[in-house]
Design a protein around this ligand. Sequence first.
Ligand code: SF4
Length: 472
Amino acid sequence: MCGLFGIYGHDEAANLAYLGLHALQHRGQESAGITTSDGGRLHRHVAMGLVSERFSKETLSGLPGRAAIGHVRYSTSGSSELRNAQPFVFEYAHGGLAIAHNGNIVNAAEIRSRLERQGSIFQTSSDTEVIVHLLAQQREPDLLDRLTAALRQVQGAYSLLLLSEGKLIAARDPHGFRPLVLGRLRDSYVFASETCCFDLIEAEFIREIDPGEVVVADRVAVRSFRPFEPAPPRFCIFEHVYFARPDSFLNGRSVYRARERMGRRLAVEHPAPADVVVPVPDSGVPAAIGYSRESGIPLEMGLIRSHYVGRTFIEPQDSIRHFGVRLKLSPVRSVVDGKRLVVIDDSLVRGTTSRKIVTMLRGAGAAEVHLRISAPPTTHPCYYGIDTPTREELIASSHTGDEIRSYIGCDSLAYLSHEGMVGATSSPSGGAAEADRDAAGYCSACFTGAYPVPAGQPAEASSLVPLRRLRQ
Ligand code: SF4
């Protein structure tokens, strides 16, 4: 869960990187950083916190040069502290190099332990540093060759941006788990996790970086290389379900339209006897619009989200813990009082937030609450860069639908099917053959347990936490 932005060949590289990261802030709020190259030296500023809070006119003016890479971070590997803030910058035999990474290297611990036995000293606890050490060990004279030799040793998910004094390199792992797109802003080239930042800086979208592709931008040209053995594409379907911004296009699809179609299919698969469709804002809104259109039940904003609350990582003491969700969401009594609601959310992970929402809506007078989830049950953790909890904490991994409904306290609970989710991310005009091809092109391991790249052993059912602990 991180966001990347890069630009090559623009006089305002640092300012544009700042704007690009701003549009990617939803992908990570723990730290933000920009590194620029002035052609002879790299310049870096990283800080904990939000882009708008941690960059000023002064910090940006201290980042000269016509090329920049930037990163917003939400830690999935390595702890949340400044030493893990990216881009990392290091000096080695060939000069300076900066790296920014979105994804998760599943064999990082194994490689790190081997490198440490050989004498490497790591500065951070991030899996990204493994790539840095591997790259520095390579003997090839060209940076691209050193990078590909390093990447051949890692497994898992990576979309990467690297910046040397004279080159910007973008790389995507052979399965293409995490997104990476290429665009143009007049004579300069831009790279980003999502297309939404191109809209902000008025850059033109060119295309996605393909799985397994490496793109090099330098003074000569922009060139594409495919140095890895081809692998089946496995784009993360959770980007479409929840993670990406709805105004982005990913994997050739509008995120907004995919979510709206998920809502339409949910209405067909699981109708509800309700007077009003209520989205859980913000990510549940497009699916709720689809559910409302398909079912004919009017949509109303029965929950309002506060946009001035940060993530409630620390919910202080048990006695006031329940205020956490109320800080973010409030029920609208005039909408919900006396009504039968069908509440649309994009995912159900631990179940604790849904439980609080249902309690809140009943407290505001809702006559019935029918919960509909626009994705299948999340039963397995992600090893490829999305911060899902452990399997023990995923309520659907160890409890029946009725146990979960009873825990949440809703009148009925239903999920979109796997076929429905994949079908919604396919072209609306596509037939069954296209839907099958699309299903094969996605990773949906957190819903199925079918991991495309082996990574750890999922917990056995007997070791899962009983429901009563989740109720605490
Ligand atoms: Fe995405 Fe889930 Fe696959 Fe992780 S396991 S990459 S969240 S679909």
